[in-house]
Design a protein around this ligand. Sequence first.
Ligand code: PHE
Length: 506
Amino acid sequence: MADIAELVLQHIDKSDGIDTLQLSEALKEDHQKVVGAVKSLQALRDVINAEQRVAKRLELTDEGKDVLLNGSYEAQIFKAVPKDGIAQDQLMESVPNSNIGFSKAMQAGWITIDKAAEGGQRVLRKVESIKDEVQIILEKIDRQDLSDVTEAQLNEFKRRKLVAEVKVTSYLLSKGPNFTLKVERQENELTPEMITSGTWKNKEFKQYNFDAMGVMPASGHLHPLLKVRSEFRQIFLEMGFSEMATNKFVENSFWNFDTLFQPQQHPARDAHDTFFLSDPAMANKFPMEYLKKVKNVHEKGGYGSQGYRYEWKIEEAKKNILRTHTTANTARTLYALAQKTPFKPGKFFSIDRVFRNESLDATHLAEFHQIEGVVIDFGLTLGDLMGFMNEFFKKLGIQKLRFKPAYNPYTEPSMEVFSYHEGLQKWVEIGNSGVFRPELLLPMGFPEGVTAIAWGLSVERPTMIKYKIDNIRDLIGPKVDLKMLHCQHYARLRFHEPMMSCALST
Ligand code: PHE
């Protein structure tokens, strides 16, 4: 069977000027399909001329189609009246739209009422037979044959909502300068075979459609915390740091606390501050040599320290927890470094999630992210730490720093770091830092004279400041506005003005 496009060409060949509506009737094909074939012929450049026309056309409404099928309501009433009449009540129940049909049939003089009949009013036929003009005219309109349909009839039918006017776009078709009866398929692609065989020379190629809407590239969006994380990462990498492994949300108390010279009675090791695991509740693999040294330094000290002077218990160290700080990873990394000889200085960082059993409020969740850095070498001092902090925060666009003495079990001295926040017009705490204690480094096996400076900060605080978010639930969790995530600018911590990645409409 020839395809529609070829049939269209044959019809154009036989006529001078044919409309697609006529064609659709002649071919008994849906008009849309004929138009589709015309479009594909138009793409062949000058094979056909197609002139667009908009015409008004009358079409039957659904109700009109129903009347065409079953007769007008008045005709239905007439047909429902038998020769010897029918009780009016019964008649009215037997056909749809009986009210309209009844009054129309009365007007037309087709039926009459016998008011004096026994047992209530009866309806009787007044004529032998009727001609259902409404149905006849609708049938003509349906064929688009309006030759003897009067204006008044059309208006009445429109008013009765049996017909409606619709706009139809059609094309008047005629031969183009390159008219042909055969449709040469256009090639979509130039293939290697066409090139090697040389057949490309005789092929017609489909035109590019530069107006086609492209497919929206599917893309994910980084969460603001991830954007800030990647900025921090970049800064560490620029400063020559390597990334520590952080793939342990579940840590044991030994690495999270004991190796960091945090005594076993320390309040942070309480269930109020730390999440303990019930299954598996205990870890059982430790480097035993090192564990003994840790036990010893807690109980008796050494390396110039007197220790905490209590009985250190392995049961306490075995307890599994969700790590409370990334300093647990730092302890593991430093221990691994200490096992390598000769000693090599190092700079390490990590950015990952930690967990604390906190009461939740607008700025605190039970899980958050920490950024941590550590530098280890011979003879690093507090001066190095302060210098380093200045350099590190300058890279974030933070110029003014203040240090306040603080306490950490694992650092001495320890300092909280504050920066002046221009927006809030006050000093805000941005991090915690210190010089690792010899009680921590020497049991690991580092040589005398090696010191380490370290610091930690949260990812959430600078993110909330940078993105002007004052409730942490707008940043993480089920209440987060996904559009905000999609459109939020890249953090660009080193610049004051944020860059929007798309317009945030209200
Ligand atoms: N671990 C500390 C905290 O959780 C941060 C810190 C890291 C402090 C390293 C000093 C040295 O707040």
